[in-house]
Design a protein around this ligand. Sequence first.
Ligand code: 23J
Ligand code: MN
Length: 261
Amino acid sequence: MSNAILTNLVTALAGKSIKVVDLTQPLHPKTPILALPEEFASSPGFSIETISEYDDRGPAWYWNKFACGEHTGTHFDAPIHWVTGKDHENNATDTIPVERFIGPAYVIDIVAEVEKDEDFLLTPAYIENWEKTHGKIAKDSWVLVRSGWSKRKDPKEFLNAREDGSHSPGFHPDAPTFLAEQRDVLGIGVETVGTDAGQAHTLDPMFPCHALMHGANKFGLASLTNLDQLPPTGAVVIAPPLKIVRGSGSPLRVLALVPSA
Ligand code: 23J
Ligand code: MN
């Protein structure tokens, strides 16, 4: 069988005509964690402890142990994460077919809208209008929402919590169904701490992106960064989570392959 495509790919990577863009946030004890309303159990943050560092505990080696919730930092949401997705086949981090972790990226820019309204919700009408310029979103693709939120480096500003909960952009309740059923995407990715808006606990259904995307056996990517380095179309995203048995998600490294200008 011909391997010209892969030969061309490695040549393009070596020659930098295809760039690799890291869409991942650093993972450390100060990585911001989602704050849910008080009545719900919360996820611990990331913690790390040295096992040995070229010392008495191990003279020639350095290694750490770490702990965190599955949904910490830049992370993957599997369909099993939500009750609506619990009965799909192959719905967990260890059973999702690996082909479904790789797909073309469609990057929808809502930066200007979020500057005016931090609770901005992306609607199907907004997406269809975007498609008039950039073309129709193809089946089995990643839809990434560039909100500019990753520019908020202070965790306080990133979580943007007030008395009534967090305020950050997300999806209108009609958008997940549109993307899942009309466009048949792999999933969606966002710059915020979770795939739903900060005020999504007040929407109907509650947390519509989780409820409807996972109900349709689709994935989520949260806490992405560097989306401003991607073209609206033409990049390829690679986003495989850890193979946690029956995992609901995991921190991961998300890479984009981008043609150079
Ligand atoms: C559990 C409950 C609500 C939400 C989330 C998790 C997430 O955002 C997540 O990381 O999956 S909104
Ligand atoms: Mn999550």
